[in-house]
Design a protein. Structure first.
Length: 135
């Protein structure tokens, strides 16, 4: 249990960093997408910002637990297992949720695609960190 919590907290810190880095990268490299975040579909109230900062830790703790249950099933090298873990998570959880968001909210396919790419990068990084800390 200690390995799950420590690894989850570390991954959560990395996720928070990647989330903020991703927002700034999109803002400076793809300003057309960044403008879409000013749409009323996104609630930018400052009193809810704490939820944005807590989300990476909730997700990382879930992934850490999921890794502890799934690691025995994955075969291959260190890199292969980390990538496969990331792909499993993205295909099982992220892609269906993004599909639902795209179909029901006023967001462009481009912005949803950037979310999918960021989620894939984060999930693979999480897989690699979790494998290293809890082999």
């Amino acid at each position: 249990m200690k390995k799950i919590i420590i690894a989850g907290l570390l991954v959560g810190g990395v996720f928070l960093f990647l989330h903020i880095l991703g927002l700034y990268l999109i803002r400076f490299t793809l300003p057309g997408i960044a403008v879409q975040y000013f749409d009323p579909a996104f609630d930018a109230q400052s009193d809810r910002f704490v939820f944005y900062c807590i989300h990476p830790f909730v997700l990382s703790m879930s992934l850490s637990w999921f890794w502890s249950r799934l690691k025995g099933v994955l075969a291959g090298s260190f890199l292969t297992r980390g990538i496969e873990f990331g792909l499993i998570y993205v295909m099982v959880a992220t892609f269906p949720m993004l599909w639902l968001i795209y179909s029901s909210m006023s967001v462009s396919l481009l912005i949803v695609s950037t979310w999918l790419i960021l989620a894939l990068v984060e999930a693979v990084v999480a897989g690699l960190i979790l494998e290293y800390m809890n082999p």
